[in-house]
Write a protein that binds this ligand. Structure first.
Ligand code: BT5
Length: 238
C-alpha cells in the first residue's frame, strides 16, 4: 500500500489496555487519536485471552467511528496488511519472511510476532496492535520479537506513526479492495487446519478459501463446509 504522512501517536507510560484508552479519548475528544503505552498491565487478546505487554513492545490502539457494517472486518484485515508492510522490509534484509495467519496474526518462522484485537463499542471500532519489537526475549516460547530476529533496536514512535497512518488509510478504502489484498497474502489458505467453531466443536480439514462475505470454505473428506468467521473461536495449522 502507498505511504503518506505519519500520524502522531500519543505515548502513555502504563495503562490497563490501550484499547480502553483509545476508546475513552475518542469519546472525550471526538476525533480519532492513536495511543501507545510502554506497558499494559491488563493487555488482552481475543476471547478474554491475556496479552503479555512488557516494556519494549509496541502496544497501540485507535478508535474509529463505525460508519458502515463491514468497517470492523475492513480494519481487522487491513491493519494486519499494514503491519506486515511495515515489518516485512525490516526482516527481509535478514532473510526472514512474514506469514499472515487467519484472521490477522503475523508469524515469522512459526512464532507469533504480532496479534491484533478489534473490538466494537457504542458505534466505535477499536483496533489494537500488539507488536513484539525491542524485547530481548520472546514473551512466551511461541512468540518472537524483531530484536530477537535481527539483533537490532527499533524506534517505537516511528513504527507507531507508520502503522497509524496506514490504518487510517485503510479506513478510507473500500472493503472489497482491502479484502482482496488481505486474501492474496493469507498464508493459511490451502493448509490443513483445525477450527474451533462456537457451538460446533472442532472441524479439521483444508482451508480452501475465505469468501468476501467472511465465510471460510473448508474441505473435509471430499465434503465442503462453510463456516462464518464470527463463529471461529480459533484456528491452527495441523
Ligand atoms: C491476539 O489475541 O493476538 C490479539 C492481541 C492484541 C494485543 C493488543 S496490544 C494493544 C491492544 N491493547 C490490548 O489490550 N490488546 C491490543 P489472540 O489471538 O487471542 O492471542 C492471544 C494469545 O497469544 C495468548 O493466549 C498467548 O498464547 C499469546 N500471547 C500473549 N502475549 C503475547 C505476545 N506478547 N506475543 C505473542 N504472543 C502472545
Amino acid at each position: 500500500m502507498e505511504r503518506g504522512a505519519e500520524e502522531k501517536v500519543i505515548r502513555l507510560r502504563e495503562v490497563g489496555s490501550t484499547n480502553d484508552e483509545a476508546y475513552r479519548l475518542a469519546k472525550e475528544v471526538g476525533v480519532l487519536v492513536f495511543v501507545r503505552a510502554d506497558v499494559q498491565i491488563s493487555g488482552r487478546g481475543r476471547m478474554g485471552r491475556r496479552w503479555i505487554s512488557e516494556e519494549g513492545g509496541l502496544w497501540m490502539s485507535g478508535a474509529f467511528l463505525k460508519s458502515v457494517d463491514r468497517d470492523n472486518y475492513k480494519l481487522m484485515l487491513g491493519s494486519a496488511v499494514v503491519v506486515d508492510d511495515v515489518v516485512s522490509p525490516l526482516l527481509r534484509e535478514f532473510g526472514y519472511r512474514t506469514e499472515l495467519h487467519f484472521p490477522n496474526d503475523i508469524f515469522v518462522n512459526g512464532h507469533k510476532l504480532c496479534g491484533i484485537l478489534v473490538e466494537e463499542k457504542e458505534g466505535y471500532v477499536i483496533v489494537g496492535i500488539g507488536l513484539n519489537v525491542n524485547q530481548d526475549e520472546p514473551p512466551i516460547p511461541t512468540a518472537t520479537t524483531l530484536k530477537v530476529l535481527t539483533g537490532r533496536k527499533y524506534d517505537l514512535d516511528a513504527l507507531a506513526g507508520e502503522i497509524a497512518e496506514g490504518i487510517k488509510r485503510v479506513y478510507g478504502m473500500p472493503f472489497e479492495e482491502v479484502f482482496r489484498i488481505w486474501r492474496d497474502r493469507l498464508a493459511t489458505t490451502g493448509r490443513c487446519v483445525s477450527v474451533w467453531v462456537a457451538g460446533g466443536g472442532e472441524v479439521k480439514g483444508r482451508l480452501v478459501d475465505v469468501h468476501p462475505d467472511m465465510v471460510l470454505e473448508i474441505e473435509r473428506d471430499g465434503e465442503k463446509l462453510y463456516v462464518p468467521a464470527e463463529y471461529v473461536l480459533s484456528i491452527s495449522e495441523i
